[in-house]
Write a protein that binds this ligand. Structure first.
Ligand code: ITT
Length: 193
C-alpha cells in the first residue's frame, strides 16, 4: 500500500519512516514534487491536519496522511499550540525555543504537553489519530538531537530532554510515536480485510 505524507517537515518524515510497517510505502511531498506552502488557517490541530491532508488529496486523489502537532504550555495559556511552527515568526532568525524559554522566565509551573493529530484520508474517507505526551519545560537547552522544541521538553518519568534521546527512545514515547502506533494498528486491520 502506498501513502503520501502531506508534510514539508523532513524531521517528521524521518521519524515516521522509522515506524511504518514494511507493507507501507511512504511518499513525501518532495517525492511527488509538491512544493507549495499549505496555509494552515485552522484553529485546532484537527482542522489543520484535515486541511493539509485534504489539500493533497484534492491534487492527487491518492491515500494521504498529515500530522499537525505542537507544544502546549500550561503557564502560557496553551501557547504556542497550533502556532508552534511560527511562534517566533517565520523569518530566518526566528527562534521558537529561545522565545519559549524567555516567556517562561521566573515561572514555577513548567508543565506542558506535546500533541500530534494525524489525519488519514483512505479511499476518500477521513480518520483521525491522536498522540499526546506530558512533560515539563527545562530552564535551558538540553541536547542537540531531534528538532523544534525537543531540547527543552523533558517527558514525565525521564530526566533528559527529547533532544538527548535516540530516535528510537523518542519514538517509543512521543506524541507522534503514539499517533503513528494508532495509525499502524488501523491500517494493519484494513490490510487484513
Ligand atoms: P508541516 O505542516 O509541513 O507538516 P510543520 O513543521 O509546519 O510542518 P506543524 O504545523 O504541525 O508542522 O507545526 C508543528 C511544530 O511544532 C513544528 O514545526 C515544531 O516546531 C513543533 N513540534 C511538533 N512536533 C515536535 C517534536 O516531535 N519535537 C519538537 N518540536 C515539535
Amino acid at each position: 500500500m502506498e501513502l503520501i505524507f502531506a508534510t514539508h517537515n523532513d524531521h517528521k518524515v524521518k521519524e515516521v519512516a522509522q515506524m511504518l510497517p514494511s507493507y507501507l510505502t511512504m511518499k513525501s511531498l518532495t517525492d511527488i514534487n509538491f512544493h507549495d506552502e499549505i496555509d494552515e488557517t485552522g484553529k485546532t490541530f484537527e482542522e489543520n491536519a484535515l486541511l493539509k491532508a485534504k489539500t493533497i488529496f484534492e491534487k492527487t486523489n491518492k491515500n494521504i496522511f498529515a500530522d499537525d502537532s505542537g507544544l502546549v504550555i500550561d503557564a502560557l495559556d496553551g501557547a504556542p499550540g497550533v502556532y508552534s511552527a511560527r511562534y517566533a515568526g517565520t523569518g530566518k532568525d526566528a527562534d521558537n525555543v529561545t522565545k519559549a524559554l524567555k516567556e517562561l522566565e521566573g515561572k514555577t509551573n513548567r508543565k506542558a504537553y506535546f500533541i500530534s493529530i494525524f489525519c488519514l484520508i483512505l479511499n476518500g474517507k477521513e480518520y483521525f489519530f491522536e498522540g499526546k505526551v506530558n512533560g515539563t519545560i527545562s530552564t535551558e537547552i538540553l541536547g542537540e538531537d531531534g528538532f523544534g522544541y525537543d531540547p527543552i521538553f523533558i517527558p514525565d518519568g525521564y530526566s533528559k530532554s527529547f533532544a538527548q534521546m535516540t530516535a528510537e527512545e523518542k519514538n517509543n514515547i512521543s506524541h507522534r510515536g503514539l499517533a503513528v502506533k494508532k495509525l499502524n494498528y488501523f491500517l494493519t486491520k484494513q490490510n487484513k480485510n
